[in-house]
Write a protein that binds this ligand. Sequence first.
Ligand SMILES: Cc1cc2nc3c(=O)[nH]c(=O)nc-3n(C[C@H](O)[C@H](O)[C@H](O)COP(=O)(O)O)c2cc1C
Length: 365
Amino acid sequence: MPLLTHRRDWRRTRATELLGLEHPVIQGPFGSGLSSIELAAAVTASGGLGSFGAQHLDPAGVTSLVDSLHRRIDGVFNVNLWVSTHDVPEADFTDADWDAAVTRLLPLYEELRIEPPQRPRPAAYGFEELADALITAQAPVFSFVYGVPSPEILERCRAADIVTIGTAITVEEAVALDEAGVDAIVASGFEAGGHRVAFLREAEDSLVGTLALVPAVVDAVEAPVIAAGGIATARQAVAALALGADAVQIGTAFLATAQSGVTPEHRAALTSGPRRTRLTRVQTGRLARGLTARITEEIATGDPRIAPYPYQAALMKPVAQAAREQGRLDLAVFWAGQSAPLVRPGRDAGEFVSALVGEVDSLLA
Ligand SMILES: Cc1cc2nc3c(=O)[nH]c(=O)nc-3n(C[C@H](O)[C@H](O)[C@H](O)COP(=O)(O)O)c2cc1C
């Protein structure tokens, strides 16, 4: 295994070569406005790969984001999109379905003294248009979750020298991405914070831990493998490299850094208290890991108050905003992974990378 024969070269892997990185450390992208340009810039400046989750933007927003990242970052960066944008086609979720979903959630809106939201208008764009904006603006790295882009999109990336990174939460998904020819594969175990980005089976039927998933994916695919899920310290990074990973992708620990886009309440919740997490569909309709709160315990998977994605996300958006404004932490879902208890608050993201790399050096010395 590389760790035994090339210890001094742990920083030189197929992933660092592919991405042109000094260290095999990737900041995981965060959707819904929790990424920041400053966070991506700090991570890339420290020799890792900075990322930005752009799933919530429209095509013009993606273009202007990539332009801003090019202006701010002297080096490589990754922009992330979600391939699948609906769990049921727009036409199959009728206005009557929306009204019924609102009625079921009325007690929650009443508790917060807020008006229920209007049904969002159908978006005039989908993944293809967002990917087109990303490719045209020449993001150096394009990562995606919830599926495999079309051969045309992957071919355009190859022609434009854009490195593609797909995300798998099972071996079958990793093989599908590998067969499609993506350049690298994130193998994300269920410890990870945020969404379980299943695309071949239901998320509940695709729950594999990082320790089991990473070596199985390494054995099954040709592409370099990036381990994600539960990695917040040098000890865990070394373990991931020993499992055969070519790089680590870290989310929760970067979410807690000074540069991330989280609210002060979210950052405080990530770094104090018991930090128990749970997989829940309550906030968006898709399964995701966040800190437990009254709302994650009362509205469990299968509860009729949970509509499909993205309708549940639209129904819960005003709840999240009001919970924040009214200090109602019992109704707030703060995304976090299972390694939250290992995370320290408010560190500079660049210093976090340097410290992590130094600690890996010491562990392998
Ligand atoms: C708040 C939050 C939002 C996330 N959004 C995305 C996203 O939009 N796209 C994506 O590929 N991964 C997303 N992730 C996953 C992270 O990029 C990363 O893979 C994961 O957090 C790693 O696990 P860890 O949290 O245990 O470190 C998100 C994670 C969190 C915590």
